[in-house]
Design a protein around this ligand. Sequence first.
Ligand code: ATP
Length: 323
Amino acid sequence: MSEIKTIGVLTSGGDAPGMNAAVRAVVRTGIYYGFKVLGIRKGYEGLLNGDMEEMTLRSVGDIIHRGGTILQTARSAEFNTEAGVKKAISIAKVFGIDALIVIGGDGSYRGARDLSNLGLTTMCIPGTIDNDIASTEYTIGFDTALNTVQDAIDKIRDTAYSHERCSVLEVMGRRAGYIALNVAISGGAEAAILPEKEFDIDRDIIKPIIEGRNRGKKHYLVIIAEGVGGAVEIAKYIEEKTDIKTRATILGHIQRGGSPTVYDRVMASRMGAHAVQLLKDGFRNRVVSLQNGAITDFEINEALSMKKSIDEKMVELNKILAL
Ligand code: ATP
Protein backbone atom coordinates (compact mmCIF):
# COMPACT_ATOMS: atom_id res chain seq x y z
CA MET A 1 0.00 0.00 0.00
CA SER A 2 1.48 3.34 -1.02
CA GLU A 3 2.37 5.78 1.72
CA ILE A 4 0.12 8.77 2.28
CA LYS A 5 1.88 12.10 2.31
CA THR A 6 -0.70 14.57 1.03
CA ILE A 7 -4.33 14.80 2.12
CA GLY A 8 -7.03 16.81 0.34
CA VAL A 9 -10.05 17.99 2.31
CA LEU A 10 -13.35 19.29 0.94
CA THR A 11 -16.89 20.05 2.11
CA SER A 12 -19.75 18.88 -0.12
CA GLY A 13 -23.55 18.98 -0.42
CA GLY A 14 -25.48 21.31 1.88
CA ASP A 15 -23.39 23.38 4.29
CA ALA A 16 -23.77 22.67 7.98
CA PRO A 17 -22.62 24.53 11.10
CA GLY A 18 -19.54 22.76 12.45
CA MET A 19 -18.04 21.99 9.05
CA ASN A 20 -15.37 24.60 9.78
CA ALA A 21 -14.54 22.95 13.08
CA ALA A 22 -14.13 19.66 11.19
CA VAL A 23 -11.88 21.28 8.55
CA ARG A 24 -9.80 22.82 11.34
CA ALA A 25 -9.45 19.45 13.07
CA VAL A 26 -8.43 17.73 9.82
CA VAL A 27 -5.83 20.41 9.02
CA ARG A 28 -4.33 20.64 12.49
CA THR A 29 -4.30 16.88 13.18
CA GLY A 30 -2.94 16.32 9.68
CA ILE A 31 -0.08 18.76 10.15
CA TYR A 32 0.56 17.36 13.65
CA TYR A 33 1.14 13.91 12.13
CA GLY A 34 3.36 15.29 9.35
CA PHE A 35 0.92 15.28 6.40
CA LYS A 36 0.66 18.06 3.84
CA VAL A 37 -3.01 19.18 3.73
CA LEU A 38 -4.66 20.79 0.69
CA GLY A 39 -7.97 22.60 1.15
CA ILE A 40 -10.21 22.08 -1.89
CA ARG A 41 -12.82 24.78 -2.51
CA LYS A 42 -16.45 24.11 -3.58
CA GLY A 43 -16.59 20.35 -3.07
CA TYR A 44 -16.13 17.96 -5.98
CA GLU A 45 -16.60 20.87 -8.39
CA GLY A 46 -13.43 22.43 -6.99
CA LEU A 47 -11.58 19.13 -7.24
CA LEU A 48 -12.47 18.94 -10.95
CA ASN A 49 -11.24 22.50 -11.41
CA GLY A 50 -8.06 22.05 -9.36
CA ASP A 51 -9.33 24.83 -7.09
CA MET A 52 -7.19 24.16 -4.01
CA GLU A 53 -4.37 25.46 -1.86
CA GLU A 54 -2.14 24.23 0.92
CA MET A 55 -3.57 24.77 4.39
CA THR A 56 -1.45 25.87 7.32
CA LEU A 57 -2.03 25.91 11.06
CA ARG A 58 -2.95 29.57 10.68
CA SER A 59 -5.30 29.20 7.71
CA VAL A 60 -7.80 27.48 10.02
CA GLY A 61 -7.41 30.03 12.83
CA ASP A 62 -10.51 31.95 13.87
CA ILE A 63 -12.99 29.63 12.11
CA ILE A 64 -14.20 27.20 14.80
CA HIS A 65 -17.07 29.52 15.76
CA ARG A 66 -18.17 30.33 12.21
CA GLY A 67 -21.17 28.74 10.48
CA GLY A 68 -21.06 27.72 6.82
CA THR A 69 -17.77 26.43 5.43
CA ILE A 70 -14.67 28.46 4.61
CA LEU A 71 -13.93 25.92 1.85
CA GLN A 72 -17.39 26.59 0.41
CA THR A 73 -19.49 23.75 -0.95
CA ALA A 74 -21.31 22.74 -4.12
CA ARG A 75 -23.46 20.10 -5.75
CA SER A 76 -21.55 19.02 -8.86
CA ALA A 77 -23.47 17.51 -11.77
CA GLU A 78 -20.26 16.89 -13.76
CA PHE A 79 -18.69 14.86 -10.96
CA ASN A 80 -21.82 12.72 -10.80
CA THR A 81 -20.82 10.97 -14.07
CA GLU A 82 -18.25 8.26 -14.82
CA ALA A 83 -16.19 10.71 -16.85
CA GLY A 84 -16.37 13.23 -14.01
CA VAL A 85 -15.06 10.76 -11.44
CA LYS A 86 -12.19 9.75 -13.77
CA LYS A 87 -11.32 13.40 -14.31
CA ALA A 88 -11.35 13.98 -10.53
CA ILE A 89 -8.89 11.10 -10.09
CA SER A 90 -6.55 12.56 -12.70
CA ILE A 91 -6.69 16.05 -11.12
CA ALA A 92 -5.99 14.52 -7.68
CA LYS A 93 -2.88 12.90 -9.24
CA VAL A 94 -1.75 16.24 -10.70
CA PHE A 95 -1.80 17.77 -7.23
CA GLY A 96 -0.24 14.71 -5.57
CA ILE A 97 -3.29 13.98 -3.41
CA ASP A 98 -2.89 10.50 -1.88
CA ALA A 99 -6.08 10.60 0.21
CA LEU A 100 -9.23 12.70 0.21
CA ILE A 101 -11.30 13.58 3.27
CA VAL A 102 -14.90 14.43 2.35
CA ILE A 103 -17.15 16.23 4.82
CA GLY A 104 -20.78 15.98 3.70
CA GLY A 105 -23.97 13.94 3.44
CA ASP A 106 -24.69 10.55 1.90
CA GLY A 107 -24.61 11.89 -1.67
CA SER A 108 -21.07 13.06 -0.96
CA TYR A 109 -20.28 9.63 0.52
CA ARG A 110 -21.38 8.01 -2.77
CA GLY A 111 -19.00 10.30 -4.64
CA ALA A 112 -16.18 9.28 -2.27
CA ARG A 113 -17.05 5.61 -2.83
CA ASP A 114 -16.80 6.11 -6.61
CA LEU A 115 -13.35 7.68 -6.17
CA SER A 116 -12.20 4.88 -3.88
CA ASN A 117 -13.34 2.31 -6.48
CA LEU A 118 -10.91 3.93 -8.92
CA GLY A 119 -8.05 3.79 -6.42
CA LEU A 120 -8.09 7.09 -4.55
CA THR A 121 -8.13 6.58 -0.77
CA THR A 122 -11.08 8.40 0.81
CA MET A 123 -12.37 9.08 4.31
CA CYS A 124 -15.82 10.55 4.99
CA ILE A 125 -17.03 12.69 7.86
CA PRO A 126 -20.81 13.11 8.36
CA GLY A 127 -21.71 16.78 7.86
CA THR A 128 -25.37 17.67 7.30
CA ILE A 129 -28.03 19.31 9.45
CA ASP A 130 -30.47 16.52 8.53
CA ASN A 131 -28.91 13.69 10.62
CA ASP A 132 -30.01 11.34 7.83
CA ILE A 133 -26.85 9.26 7.32
CA ALA A 134 -27.56 5.63 8.17
CA SER A 135 -24.08 4.70 9.40
CA THR A 136 -23.99 7.25 12.21
CA GLU A 137 -26.20 8.34 15.08
CA TYR A 138 -25.06 11.92 14.62
CA THR A 139 -24.15 14.26 11.78
CA ILE A 140 -22.30 17.54 12.30
CA GLY A 141 -24.69 20.51 12.25
CA PHE A 142 -27.79 18.72 13.56
CA ASP A 143 -27.62 20.14 17.10
CA THR A 144 -27.10 23.71 15.89
CA ALA A 145 -30.02 23.42 13.45
CA LEU A 146 -32.26 22.05 16.22
CA ASN A 147 -31.39 24.99 18.43
CA THR A 148 -32.04 27.47 15.61
CA VAL A 149 -35.48 25.95 15.01
CA GLN A 150 -36.21 25.89 18.74
CA ASP A 151 -35.38 29.58 18.99
CA ALA A 152 -37.85 30.27 16.15
CA ILE A 153 -40.53 28.11 17.82
CA ASP A 154 -40.18 30.05 21.08
CA LYS A 155 -40.69 33.32 19.21
CA ILE A 156 -43.62 32.00 17.18
CA ARG A 157 -45.17 30.64 20.39
CA ASP A 158 -45.17 34.11 21.98
CA THR A 159 -47.25 35.57 19.15
CA ALA A 160 -49.44 32.44 18.76
CA TYR A 161 -50.27 32.63 22.48
CA SER A 162 -51.08 36.34 22.33
CA HIS A 163 -53.48 35.90 19.40
CA GLU A 164 -54.75 32.41 20.31
CA ARG A 165 -53.52 31.14 16.99
CA CYS A 166 -52.35 27.93 15.45
CA SER A 167 -48.84 27.94 13.96
CA VAL A 168 -47.77 25.55 11.26
CA LEU A 169 -44.00 25.39 10.98
CA GLU A 170 -42.21 23.67 8.12
CA VAL A 171 -38.67 22.61 9.02
CA MET A 172 -35.79 21.20 6.97
CA GLY A 173 -34.57 17.61 6.88
CA ARG A 174 -34.76 16.60 3.20
CA ARG A 175 -36.43 13.18 3.07
CA ALA A 176 -35.97 12.56 6.81
CA GLY A 177 -37.98 13.69 9.83
CA TYR A 178 -35.25 13.83 12.51
CA ILE A 179 -35.27 17.62 12.82
CA ALA A 180 -39.09 17.70 12.81
CA LEU A 181 -39.50 15.00 15.45
CA ASN A 182 -36.90 16.45 17.81
CA VAL A 183 -38.21 20.01 17.65
CA ALA A 184 -41.79 18.76 18.01
CA ILE A 185 -40.77 17.26 21.34
CA SER A 186 -38.60 20.19 22.45
CA GLY A 187 -41.18 22.74 21.28
CA GLY A 188 -44.28 20.99 22.64
CA ALA A 189 -46.03 20.59 19.28
CA GLU A 190 -49.60 19.26 19.04
CA ALA A 191 -48.63 17.29 15.94
CA ALA A 192 -45.51 16.34 13.98
CA ILE A 193 -45.93 15.23 10.38
CA LEU A 194 -42.94 13.16 9.26
CA PRO A 195 -42.07 11.67 5.86
CA GLU A 196 -41.40 8.30 7.52
CA LYS A 197 -45.01 7.97 8.75
CA GLU A 198 -48.12 7.99 6.58
CA PHE A 199 -50.51 10.63 7.84
CA ASP A 200 -54.15 11.56 7.75
CA ILE A 201 -54.76 15.28 8.19
CA ASP A 202 -58.07 14.89 10.06
CA ARG A 203 -56.82 12.15 12.38
CA ASP A 204 -53.31 13.49 12.99
CA ILE A 205 -53.80 17.28 12.97
CA ILE A 206 -57.44 18.37 13.19
CA LYS A 207 -58.49 15.89 15.90
CA PRO A 208 -55.64 16.67 18.35
CA ILE A 209 -56.21 20.42 17.85
CA ILE A 210 -59.96 20.19 18.56
CA GLU A 211 -59.39 17.84 21.51
CA GLY A 212 -56.76 20.24 22.83
CA ARG A 213 -59.19 23.15 22.50
CA ASN A 214 -61.81 21.16 24.44
CA ARG A 215 -59.26 20.69 27.23
CA GLY A 216 -58.61 24.45 27.33
CA LYS A 217 -55.64 24.93 25.00
CA LYS A 218 -55.38 28.43 23.58
CA HIS A 219 -52.65 28.04 20.97
CA TYR A 220 -51.31 25.23 18.85
CA LEU A 221 -48.14 24.22 17.07
CA VAL A 222 -47.94 21.82 14.14
CA ILE A 223 -44.53 20.79 12.79
CA ILE A 224 -44.31 19.71 9.16
CA ALA A 225 -41.13 18.09 7.85
CA GLU A 226 -39.78 19.40 4.54
CA GLY A 227 -40.09 15.86 3.13
CA VAL A 228 -43.89 16.16 3.53
CA GLY A 229 -44.19 19.88 2.68
CA GLY A 230 -47.40 21.79 2.02
CA ALA A 231 -47.39 23.92 5.20
CA VAL A 232 -49.41 26.72 3.58
CA GLU A 233 -52.15 24.36 2.35
CA ILE A 234 -52.24 22.54 5.69
CA ALA A 235 -52.61 25.88 7.54
CA LYS A 236 -55.54 26.83 5.28
CA TYR A 237 -57.22 23.49 5.90
CA ILE A 238 -56.82 23.82 9.70
CA GLU A 239 -58.39 27.30 9.63
CA GLU A 240 -61.32 26.11 7.50
CA LYS A 241 -61.99 23.07 9.67
CA THR A 242 -61.52 24.62 13.13
CA ASP A 243 -62.06 28.39 12.71
CA ILE A 244 -58.79 28.87 14.56
CA LYS A 245 -56.63 31.57 12.93
CA THR A 246 -53.69 29.67 11.49
CA ARG A 247 -50.40 30.92 10.07
CA ALA A 248 -47.75 28.97 8.17
CA THR A 249 -44.03 29.65 8.50
CA ILE A 250 -41.47 27.97 6.29
CA LEU A 251 -38.18 28.46 8.09
CA GLY A 252 -35.91 27.74 5.14
CA HIS A 253 -32.20 28.41 5.02
CA ILE A 254 -32.01 30.17 8.37
CA GLN A 255 -31.74 26.60 9.71
CA ARG A 256 -28.43 26.05 7.95
CA GLY A 257 -26.61 29.07 9.33
CA GLY A 258 -25.29 30.35 12.61
CA SER A 259 -22.46 29.73 14.97
CA PRO A 260 -22.16 26.02 15.83
CA THR A 261 -23.15 24.85 19.30
CA VAL A 262 -20.54 23.46 21.69
CA TYR A 263 -21.82 19.95 20.89
CA ASP A 264 -21.26 20.45 17.15
CA ARG A 265 -17.80 21.99 17.64
CA VAL A 266 -16.65 19.15 19.88
CA MET A 267 -18.19 16.44 17.68
CA ALA A 268 -16.67 17.98 14.52
CA SER A 269 -13.28 18.22 16.22
CA ARG A 270 -13.39 14.58 17.33
CA MET A 271 -14.62 13.31 13.96
CA GLY A 272 -12.12 15.39 11.97
CA ALA A 273 -9.22 14.15 14.08
CA HIS A 274 -10.47 10.55 13.84
CA ALA A 275 -10.46 10.62 10.03
CA VAL A 276 -6.80 11.70 9.99
CA GLN A 277 -5.82 9.16 12.64
CA LEU A 278 -7.35 6.42 10.50
CA LEU A 279 -5.12 7.47 7.60
CA LYS A 280 -2.07 7.62 9.88
CA ASP A 281 -2.85 4.10 11.12
CA GLY A 282 -3.04 2.73 7.57
CA PHE A 283 -6.82 2.43 7.18
CA ARG A 284 -8.43 3.15 3.81
CA ASN A 285 -11.89 4.10 2.53
CA ARG A 286 -13.80 4.43 5.77
CA VAL A 287 -16.53 6.68 7.13
CA VAL A 288 -16.45 8.23 10.59
CA SER A 289 -19.44 7.48 12.77
CA LEU A 290 -20.93 7.99 16.21
CA GLN A 291 -22.24 4.78 17.79
CA ASN A 292 -23.45 4.65 21.40
CA GLY A 293 -21.63 7.89 22.15
CA ALA A 294 -18.26 6.65 20.85
CA ILE A 295 -16.47 7.75 17.68
CA THR A 296 -15.93 4.76 15.43
CA ASP A 297 -15.81 3.99 11.68
CA PHE A 298 -17.11 1.68 8.97
CA GLU A 299 -15.89 0.57 5.55
CA ILE A 300 -17.53 2.90 3.00
CA ASN A 301 -19.59 0.27 1.09
CA GLU A 302 -20.84 -1.26 4.33
CA ALA A 303 -21.82 2.22 5.53
CA LEU A 304 -23.74 2.96 2.34
CA SER A 305 -25.70 -0.29 2.58
CA MET A 306 -27.03 0.57 6.06
CA LYS A 307 -30.59 1.74 6.72
CA LYS A 308 -31.79 4.21 9.33
CA SER A 309 -35.32 4.50 10.64
CA ILE A 310 -37.15 6.98 12.80
CA ASP A 311 -37.27 6.19 16.53
CA GLU A 312 -40.81 4.90 17.16
CA LYS A 313 -40.49 5.55 20.89
CA MET A 314 -39.84 9.24 20.18
CA VAL A 315 -42.88 9.36 17.85
CA GLU A 316 -45.02 7.82 20.61
CA LEU A 317 -43.55 10.15 23.24
CA ASN A 318 -44.47 13.19 21.16
CA LYS A 319 -48.07 12.01 20.95
CA ILE A 320 -48.28 11.44 24.72
CA LEU A 321 -46.71 14.78 25.63
CA ALA A 322 -48.96 16.66 23.19
CA LEU A 323 -52.07 15.72 25.19
P1 ATP B 1 -26.89 17.04 2.17
O1 ATP B 1 -27.43 15.86 2.94
O2 ATP B 1 -26.52 18.17 3.03
O3 ATP B 1 -27.71 17.46 1.01
P2 ATP B 1 -25.23 15.46 0.40
O4 ATP B 1 -23.79 15.13 0.42
O5 ATP B 1 -26.17 14.29 0.51
O6 ATP B 1 -25.48 16.55 1.54
P3 ATP B 1 -25.79 15.79 -2.44
O7 ATP B 1 -26.17 16.98 -3.21
O8 ATP B 1 -26.65 14.58 -2.48
O9 ATP B 1 -25.57 16.28 -0.93
O10 ATP B 1 -24.31 15.32 -2.89
C1 ATP B 1 -23.23 16.22 -3.00
C2 ATP B 1 -22.38 15.87 -4.22
O11 ATP B 1 -21.94 14.51 -4.14
C3 ATP B 1 -23.16 15.95 -5.54
O12 ATP B 1 -23.12 17.21 -6.10
C4 ATP B 1 -22.42 14.97 -6.43
O13 ATP B 1 -21.31 15.56 -7.05
C5 ATP B 1 -21.96 13.91 -5.44
N1 ATP B 1 -22.93 12.80 -5.49
C6 ATP B 1 -24.21 12.80 -5.05
N2 ATP B 1 -24.83 11.64 -5.27
C7 ATP B 1 -23.92 10.84 -5.86
C8 ATP B 1 -23.94 9.49 -6.36
N3 ATP B 1 -25.04 8.73 -6.27
N4 ATP B 1 -22.81 9.02 -6.92
C9 ATP B 1 -21.71 9.77 -7.01
N5 ATP B 1 -21.61 11.06 -6.57
C10 ATP B 1 -22.70 11.58 -6.01
